[in-house]
Design a protein around this ligand. Structure first.
Ligand SMILES: Nc1nc2c(ncn2[C@@H]2O[C@H](COP(=O)(O)OP(=O)(O)OP(=O)(O)O)[C@@H](O)[C@H]2O)c(=O)[nH]1
Ligand SMILES: [Mg+2]
Length: 278
């Protein structure tokens, strides 16, 4: 989506489960407007945050005029992938396209394996081979998506690229930096939320609350002598300044929010939509 829209809207990291909420990206070309709904993946939901993530993915699948499954071409589809995808697209009336991504590094046997899966899956209408890194195949993909769209009035102004407030993206850029700088556990225990954003000032004052699940994680985030959080502040500030095109003073506050991934009220406060109990 970032590559198609031409903006860094969804955060991207090498770690799994980076995207936690739907991110909308907009691309208007002549008489076509593409509204991309990037979502978390079709994961196995073990806690309430993951249930919210899975619900966000399935909801988008059912709202969309076209469903684009983005597969990692560096791996052949496993049994879990096939089962989850089949389950999710079984009830979809909209056309389903498969984009096999990472063809810059993918072995041809993996790409063929995805093609075989697509041809055995009644719901998949077309397959594209793309690389979000090099841009390979993206012009054709864009054309195919436009061809598959229904006629309808534009939903957004033509010059807009995003639908969420600036605060959302600022929080996400801090979260992206945490994924880059910390080990296995911390990124999945941390949520970032803009508490204050004073635009009239130079530099712009931004306070971001960094919530952790346990008090013991506060120390890890801050690091010995504050070294880790200093690094986080420097790297995240650079990203935010680039995004806003302005100078920023970034104030990071680390706060425990006990077991927030499992608490409905905490998730709600942090901006997640949590599905009702079945
Ligand atoms: N070589 C290569 N790497 C890619 C390509 N597209 C994405 N990546 C890398 O794949 C990793 C995962 O990218 P993400 O955008 O976070 O993946 P995602 O599918 O959104 O995954 P989640 O949000 O974590 O569910 C990152 O390290 C990207 O740089 C590509 O075309 N080629
Ligand atoms: Mg993502």
């Amino acid at each position: 989506m970032n590559r198609l829209v031409g903006e860094h809207l969804s955060i991207v990291t090498p770690k799994a489960q980076t995207t936690w909420q739907r991110v909308t990206g907009l691309l208007t070309l002549g008489d076509a407007q593409l509204v991309f709904l990037d979502t978390p993946g079709l994961l196995e939901a073990r806690d309430l945050l993951q249930r919210s993530m899975l619900a966000a993915a399935l909801e988008a699948v059912h709202e969309a005029d076209v469903v684009l499954v983005v597969a990692d071409g560096a791996h052949a589809p496993g049994r879990d992938d096939r089962e989850r995808l089949s389950g999710a697209i079984a009830a979809v009336v909209a056309p389903v396209h498969l984009a096999v991504n990472k063809v810059d590094v993918a072995g041809p046997q993996n790409v063929s394996a995805w093609r075989r899966w697509a041809s055995s899956e009644a719901g998949v209408d077309r397959v594209h081979e793309i690389s979000a890194s090099t841009g390979h195949g993206l012009d054709d993909l864009r054309e195919a998506l436009i061809d598959a769209l229904p006629e309808a009035p534009f939903l957004y102004p033509e010059d807009e690229v995003a639908a969420a407030p600036v605060r959302f993206f600022v929080g996400e850029l801090v979260r992206e930096t945490i994924f880059e700088l910390y080990g296995e556990e911390i990124p999945y225990s941390t949520m970032c939320q803009v508490e204050e954003f004073r635009e009239g000032e130079d530099p712009i004052y931004v306070q971001v609350n960094v919530f952790v699940e346990r008090s013991s994680q506060k120390g890890i985030l801050i690091g010995a002598g504050g070294e880790a959080i200093r690094r986080l502040g420097i790297d995240a500030r650079a990203k935010i300044e680039h995004f806003l095109g302005a100078r920023v003073y970034l104030d990071l506050w680390v706060k425990p929010l006990k077991a927030w991934r499992r608490k409905r009220a905490h998730l709600g406060k942090l901006g997640f939509r949590v599905p009702q109990e079945e």
